[in-house]
Design a protein around this ligand. Structure first.
Ligand code: NAP
Length: 476
């Protein structure tokens, strides 16, 4: 079995406690590798290393920082298959999707390498003949990054790449379930020539590591992707030192199908959106609203396609739906289904666990007649369950779509241009897919409104969250 260690100050090291743990493949329930298990002591060492490396790295010309990131991009593509297998072994997603994740993760490295060279300042006309006014933009300082298991590689590069491009140094704590692909990325960074201490990896006790990172004045910013619940805890801790924060949190996406939509495309879109990553994405449809004249036809077409989906070990090329991440995740999925059925929902397909292997598998499930008041209508299910709601009017569905404290992603299908503009303007979400079930791309700013977070990753302003603005007034 492969072993992974922590990476601190440019060296692979055991945890201070000497503890380690096994990572479990959710498809087989077998251990895939053993990983050092750190705590606050390891986090402190990593912060010191990041702080020591900061002055030199932030002064390194952007072109040189960009060249190292471009080398990382190339090495990631060379090791694409190995990275993809690691993702699938750790968290179960189908290998075809894992390859897509590696490409997307590498694209974030490339994009930010390019952006590193464009962190322009401004000159500002002064009211006084003897004054010159200007702004420069500088790296915010050493950054702490905490990431989830569901996109274990791309969530890491979405944070590390802009941080390093902007001239920040970093300490990463990946999810306990998925440290392997993060460790591989650090091997790649080392091979690409990233100087010692610029990026550090600490795996282990989230509570202790989180407190150590947030309680240390040397860390100037926290960038987090994960649940809204944990995000709120970290925000409270960050307030004590007024640390800069970026939060990519949970979502509860509406997916609206108007009667004038191309129904075939809407069905294909709903499948691609809902069942990607076994329904374990922050931007996947949680509420599918279909206008009443087409709800029966949509449901029949959807059911026919869903029942053809293959559930199994993600390493098989034919698998469409892999396992849910763990037993707890599986229980939550089933609880949402049972709660909906007990409150009047109709089971169209699935609705039960299945056993293509020893892992935590759940059949792709469709529920109809779903209504407010069911758990599934307000909480993230994080599993392969598609709840269908019927609606009558545009005004009604907009009000329902916005009736949530989340505001990450929303989708709708229509062929009416006027309606399309009205609807995307009215949806209170950070990202909207209009006839597009997969809007995420490195060129677009990714992030949420309301309790789905703050800050944006990717897009033309992706480095902003890692830069401070300094105003300079010069008297001549
Ligand atoms: P999570 O439980 O919030 O965990 C996310 C990360 O936070 C993990 O590394 C976890 O470590 C760590 N963590 C947990 N408690 C902590 C604490 N007290 N202090 C410091 N760190 C702590 O979320 P998850 O279950 O991994 O991921 C699923 C959630 O992420 C969903 O809500 C999903 O919507 C959201 N998500 C959002 C986006 C986005 O871009 N908006 C993208 C992907 C996922 P351990 O693993 O060690 O517990």
């Amino acid at each position: 079995m492969k072993n992974y260690q922590l990476f601190i100050g440019g060296k692979w090291v055991s945890s201070q406690s000497g503890d380690s743990y096994e990572v479990i493949n959710p498809a087989t329930r077998e251990a895939v590798w053993r990983v050092a298990y750190g705590d606050d002591r390891d986090a402190e060492l990593a912060v010191e290393a990041a702080a020591d490396a900061f002055p030199k790295w932030s002064q390194t010309p952007a072109k040189e920082r960009a060249a190292i990131l471009m080398k990382m991009y190339q090495l990631m593509l060379e090791r694409k298959e190995e990275l993809a297998r690691t993702i699938t072994l750790e968290m179960g997603k189908p290998i075809r999707e894992a390859r897509g994740e590696v490409q997307s993760a590498a694209d974030y490295v490339q994009w930010n390498a390019e952006e590193a060279k464009r962190t322009y300042g401004e000159t500002i006309p002064s009211s006084f003949a003897n004054k010159r006014l200007l702004t420069i933009r500088q790296a915010v300082g050493p950054v702490a990054a905490i990431t989830p298991w569901n996109f274990p590689l791309s969530m890491v590069t979405r944070k590390l790449a802009p941080a390093l491009a902007a001239g920040c140094t970093a300490v990463l704590k990946p999810a306990t379930q998925t440290p392997g692909c993060a460790a591989m990325l650090f091997e790649i960074a080392q091979e690409a020539g990233l100087p010692d201490g610029v990026a550090n990896l600490v795996v282990g006790s989230s509570g202790k590591i989180g407190k150590a990172l947030l309680g240390n004045h040397k860390i100037r910013k926290i960038t987090f992707t994960g649940s809204t619940e944990v995000g709120k805890l970290l925000l409270r801790d960050a307030a004590d030192q007024v640390k800069r924060v970026s939060m990519e949190l949970g979502g509860h996406a509406p997916f609206i199908v108007f009667a004038d939509a191309d129904l075939e495309k809407a069905v294909e879109g709903a499948i691609a959106n809902k069942f990607r990553n076994t329904g374990q994405t922050c931007i996947c449809a949680n509420r599918i609203y279909v206008q009443s004249p087409v709800v029966e036809e949509f449901t029949a077409l959807f059911k026919a396609k869903v029942e053809n989906m293959v559930v199994g070990n993600g390493l098989e090329e034919t698998t469409d739906i892999g396992p849910v991440i763990d037993e707890q995740g599986l229980l939550k999925v089933h609880e949402h289904v049972e709660d909906a059925l007990s409150k009047g929902a109709r089971l169209i397909s699935g609705g039960e666990k299945c056993q293509p292997g020893a892992g935590t598998f759940y059949k792709p499930t469709i529920l109809a007649n779903v209504s407010e008041g069911m758990m599934i209508s307000t909480e993230e299910t994080f599993g392969p369950v598609a709840p269908i709601y019927s609606f009558e009017s545009e005004e009604e569905v907009i009000a329902k779509a916005n009736q949530t404290n989340y505001g990450l992603a929303a989708y709708f299908y229509t062929r009416d241009l006027g309606r399309a503009i009205r609807v995307y303007e009215a949806l209170e979400y950070g990202m909207v897919g209009c006839n597009d079930p997969v809007p995420t791309t490195v060129q677009g700013p990714f992030g949420g409104w309301k309790e789905s977070g703050m800050g944006r990753e990717g897009g033309p302003h992706g480095l902003d969250d890692f830069l401070e603005t300094k105003f300079v007034s010069i008297q001549i």
